[in-house]
Design a binder for this molecule. Structure first.
Ligand code: KIV
Length: 258
């Protein structure tokens, strides 16, 4: 059964929603076979696949390329594509065009946009135009250079109030779900209760309506820093390196091909 944005919304209160990132057809197929509810073609493609240090250099062309690859896997899971850095903050026509290209050319079924209440008016125009939007609050990695690094959000009362207001403003303008990144677990629980749409958490504790992880992190393929909230369900990095080492040795030793 194909999963739609309606399916995702209706899962709230029924069972936790499962999401992962994927950036190509191979990984999308594996994730889909595992029964995930939605696949995010995140702009984390920049750090996980393309060798950038942050998501800031990721462009619309890169998102189109990777979203199209995921769509070619024809997953039952909903395909959500990230709107890259700053596109949502420019001219509305440019943003609308980016959403249309991701949906018409690349096969996305929804888009994700970073930003809180300040983005509500813009996102409202998109949802009224028929573009399903997953909101993204809390830590906004696209603002890395302004934040000066990654940190937890919602620890102070003031930040808690802002986060709840952000989530409610985004629900009001028609987002089918809200993703919250690195939000204090208790605050995430409060937001989830206040919202009628699902709250999908990453690094935000167990009280959300669903969870998302970056695939490279959960598969143990991340070179370098792995956030402490991540659970690694495999150590594929070690296995891949081991396979390359064995192959290289066998070729050098004239054991392969035999
Ligand atoms: O781009 C990404 O991978 C994200 C994560 C928060 C899931 O936005």
């Amino acid at each position: 059964m194909r999963i739609s944005t309606q399916t995702i919304s209706l899962l709230k209160g029924e069972r936790p929603i499962v999401a992962v990132t994927a950036y190509d057809a191979v990984m999308a197929r594996y994730a889909d076979e595992a029964g995930v509810d939605f696949i995010l073609v995140g702009d984390s493609v920049g750090t996980t696949q393309l060798g950038f240090e942050t998501t800031v250099p990721v462009t619309l062309e890169m998102m189109l390329h990777h979203t199209a690859a995921v769509a070619r896997a024809k997953p039952s899971a909903l395909i959500v594509a990230d709107i890259p850095f700053a596109v949502a903050h420019g001219e509305f026509a440019t943003l609308l065009d980016a959403c249309c290209r991701l949906m018409q050319e690349a096969g996305a079924e929804a888009v994700k946009i970073e930003g809180g209440a300040c983005m509500a008016a813009t996102i409202g125009r998109l949802t009224r135009a028929g573009i399903p939007v997953l909101a993204h609050i809390g830590l906004l990695p696209q603002q890395y250079h302004q934040l000066g690094g990654y940190r937890k959000f919602g620890r102070s009362e003031a930040e808690k109030v802002i986060l709840v207001e952000d989530a409610l403003a985004l629900e009001k303008v028609g987002c089918f779900a809200v993703l919250c990144e690195m939000v204090d677990g208790v605050v995430a629980g409060v937001i989830s209760q206040e919202l009628s749409v699902p709250l999908i958490g990453i690094g935000s504790g167990p009280h959300c309506d669903g969870q998302i992880l970056v695939t490279n992190d959960l598969l143990g393929m991340t070179t370098g820093y792995v956030p402490s909230f991540v659970k690694q369900y495999a150590q594929l990095g070690d296995q891949i390196r081991g396979a390359f080492v064995e192959y290289a040795q066998e070729v050098k030793d004239r054991k392969f091909p035999s």
